[in-house]
Ligand binder design. Structure first.
Ligand code: DLZ
Length: 165
C-alpha cells in the first residue's frame, strides 16, 4: 500500500474503465503543472487509461466549480469524477479570502448536487514557498506533491459510487 502526505495510507485501486476530468487553473502554472503531473501519474498508476483523462483549463481558481459542473453534466465527457486543481496565494487585498470561500463552497455543492465526486485540489497558501512544497517542488524537507493524493482520491471515490450504485 502506497502512502500519501504525513504517512496517510493510500489503498490499492483499480480504476480501469473510469473516466476522470481534470480542471486546472491558469494562475501559478509552475505549481499547477506539477500538481497536474502528480495527479495524472496517480491516475495512470491506478489503471485509468490516458484516453480516459479529460483535461480542461480555466482562467483562475474561481472558475473551477463552473468548469467541473460542465464536465459532470456533459454527455460527451462522461466523467466519473473530477479533480479541480488551483493555487491561490494570498495578496494584499481580500481577493484571496473571497475566492477561497467561493471555490470551497462551490466544489462541495457540486459533490452533493451532482452525486459524483469532485476533489478539492486547491492550495490556499500564504506564500509561494508553501505552494511549491505542496506541489513537491522547492527546498522544503517536507515537500510532497498533493496532486498524487488527489488523483488517487478521485479513483477511490469514483469506485465507491460503483460499489453502491
Ligand atoms: C484574481 C485572482 C487573484 C488575485 N489571485 C489568484 C490566484 O492566486 N490564483 C488563482 O487561481 N486565481 C487568482 N485570481 C483569478 C480568479 O480566480 C478569477 O479567475 C478572476 O477573478 C476572474 O473571475
Amino acid at each position: 500500500m502506497a502512502t500519501a502526505h504525513k504517512g496517510v495510507e493510500l489503498p490499492t485501486l483499480n480504476g480501469r474503465g473510469l473516466r476522470i476530468g481534470i480542471v486546472r487553473a491558469r494562475w501559478n502554472p509552475t505549481v499547477i503543472d506539477a500538481l497536474n503531473a502528480g495527479c495524472r501519474a496517480a491516475l495512470l498508476e491506478s489503471g485509468v487509461a490516458e484516453s480516459d483523462i479529460v483535461e480542461v483549463m480555466v482562467p483562475g481558481s474561481y472558475e473551477l466549480p463552473f468548469a467541473a459542473s460542465v464536465l459532470l453534466n456533459s454527455a460527451d465527457a462522461k466523467v466519473d469524477a473530477v479533480v479541480c486543481l488551483g493555487c491561490l496565494i494570498k495578496g494584499e487585498t481580500m481577493h484571496f479570502e473571497y475566492i477561497c470561500e467561493a471555490v470551497t463552497q462551490g466544489i462541495m455543492r457540486l459533490n452533493l448536487d451532482s452525486g459524483k465526486p469532485v476533489m478539492f485540489g486547491v492550495l490556499a497558501c500564504l506564500t509561494m514557498d508553501q505552494a511549491l512544497a505542496r506541489a513537491g517542488l522547492g527546498d522544503s524537507p517536507s515537500k510532497h506533491n498533493h496532486g498524487i493524493d488527489w488523483g488517487k482520491g478521485a479513483v477511490e471515490m469514483a469506485l465507491l459510487r460503483t460499489q453502491f450504485p
